[in-house]
Unconditional design. Structure first.
Ligand code: BYC
Length: 322
């Protein structure tokens, strides 16, 4: 990316752009947009794509150990969906005039972030259920909002992706329900997974509103339609009744229902843990990046073959046109 300071935006164009947003119009790739809007979208969309790709690793860890053929088929399909989501969002990001190579390079060199949640280990089969239930559940809450974002290609990608995430969430919740109604050992295993994933899932929504440097600008440009804290609260309100329905508890002594606001109020989040994880010091950050770098290196021959094929096709087309 260029290190030079962006020139000041044309105030007339900026005013037109903002009035289009205020009228609820979507912005399309060929439309004029402020450079900062483009940069914010590249940051957010590429982080989202990277999260889908890195997100395959914790679950991929259990494909060979799924407890039945049916569970294995479902998990394989889910992980493949995530690869599809990643590629789809990379394509959407490319409409903002940035190359896939540049985006992937930012991930592999540690310049770009990906969701904090994927830096935790999957220790038991119950983790797969809880990821579907909590992590995909949190993603749905966030992405349902993003399906109405102001940038057209991102909004359209979210509509399709949310449909698949709904299936992911249901399969996760069903795994948890079966385990919770199973033997005492199975019940203990799923409760332990819930205990480990609860707080990191709340952190997925990002820092509290007061500590979120990007929120104000993203809200003004209607990229985000709701704040991190509002979405986090919605997730808690949706999830606690689901936990109660299958006799599981979340590890929060401060949790209580406020009948007046109709919110499940929750205790304080340990933001120092979140900061450590996004700074690269979570339990699995190094392992995740090493796995992605290895996959990228192992795939070099595919990229080379595709380039050689494209060059051959171009030469053929040129010689038949001559
Ligand atoms: N993890 O100003 P803020 C999935 C960073 S994958 C890491 O509030 P913003 C799935 C943030 O980037 C789900 N970093 O930022 C896949 C910023 O740093 P930079 C992924 C985080 O953008 C497989 C700084 O903290 N979803 O669905 O206003 C299996 C300050 O934050 C996190 C998306 O990516 C985090 N959790 O809001 C299952 C959705 N939170 O960039 C499921 C798209 C914050 O300035 N992204 N940071 O260096 C978003 O909606 C928003 O970008 C966020 C953060 C809510 C994540």
């Amino acid at each position: 990316m260029s290190m030079t300071t962006a020139p000041a935006e044309d105030p007339t164009k900026l005013a037109e752009f903002e009035s289009r947003l205020n009228a609820g119009e979507t912005i399309e790739p060929k439309d004029w947009m402020p450079e900062k809007y483009r940069k914010q979208l590249i940051r957010m969309m590429s982080q989202h794509a990277h999260s889908e790709i890195v997100g395959m690793l914790p679950e991929g860890n259990w494909i060979t150990r799924a407890p039945s053929l049916r569970r294995k088929m479902v998990l394989l399909a889910k992980v493949q969906d995530e690869a599809g989501h990643g590629l789809y969002i990379y394509c959407g990001t490319e409409t903002l005039n940035v190359s896939r190579e540049e985006l992937v390079d930012q991930l592999l060199t540690g310049k770009a972030k990906y969701s904090s949640i994927f830096n935790y280990p999957t220790l038991t089969w119950a983790d797969i259920g809880v990821i579907g239930w909590f992590v995909d559940g949190a993603a749905i809450v966030n992405q349902t909002m993003l399906a109405k974002t102001s940038y057209g290609p991102y909004a359209r990608a979210m509509i399709r992706i949310c449909k698949e995430e709904n299936f992911h969430k249901r399969q996760g919740y069903e795994i948890c329900s079966v385990l919770s109604n199973g033997t005492p050992a199975q019940k203990a295993m799923v409760q332990d997974a819930v205990n480990r994933w609860w707080w990191p899932s709340l952190m997925m929504f990002g820092p509290s509103d007061a500590a979120s440097p990007n929120s104000a600008e993203l809200m003004r440009w209607r990229v985000k339609k709701e704040t991190n804290d509002a979405l986090r609260q919605r997730f808690v309100n949706l999830t606690i009744p689901q936990a109660l329905a299958i006799n599981l508890t979340v590890p929060d002594p401060g949790l209580r229902y406020d009948a007046e606001t109709e919110n499940w109020e929750f205790g304080a989040i340990d933001w120092s843990e979140f900061q450590q994880v996004i700074a690269g010091n979570g339990p699995c950050n190094r392992e995740r990046l090493a796995a992605r770098r290895k996959a990228h290196d192992d795939g070099a021959w595919v990229r080379e073959a595709a380039e050689a094929h494209a060059a051959r096709q171009a030469a053929k087309a040129q010689s038949s046109a001559a």
